[in-house]
Design a protein around this ligand. Sequence first.
Ligand code: AIR
Length: 177
Amino acid sequence: MASARKAGGASKVRRARSAKPRVAVLMGSKSDWELMKLAVEALDLLGVACDVRVISAHRTPERHRIYVTGAEERGIEIFICGAGLAAHLAGVTAALTPLPVLGVPLDGSSLNGVDALLSMVQMPGGIPVATFGIGKAGARNAGLFAGAILAGKDPKVRRKLDALRKKQTAAVPETPF
Ligand code: AIR
């Protein structure tokens, strides 16, 4: 399995190396890692192991097809796909698998990610991609959402998700000063 380190360095990202990955976190370029590691960190907080890969629908189409079509057999249940520019990674992934695909539009472009957002969100009827917000919040939320899907059938993940939400609520101050 590719480690988070392989995808571009991840000092803060703890990985449950022994656990079997249930989520595949794909990104179109190594340059996407700074943002996509937020999805991996969210999954780590929920104790969900993931497999992290650089795969481009445009630059590595064969790698993409082979990885996605074999993923379910390897235990992957959900895909998170982050890409910028003409971002077809999530859409083509969804075309290759019936598993849920969560898309994260990334904002490195001169159009600030609106290009990637529209590429992902405007899927033709029949091949859905659950598209998140542009950039940081989208990456983090995609990780949390994948956890929420798994929490429906996994009480351990559910407990961690509940605890995380409680902690988050407690951390919000009553006043701004
Ligand atoms: N990208 C890579 N293959 C297809 C697409 N859309 C995206 C990457 C990255 C952007 O192109 O997801 O956000 C720029 O990639 P790079 O490698 O030039 O930094």
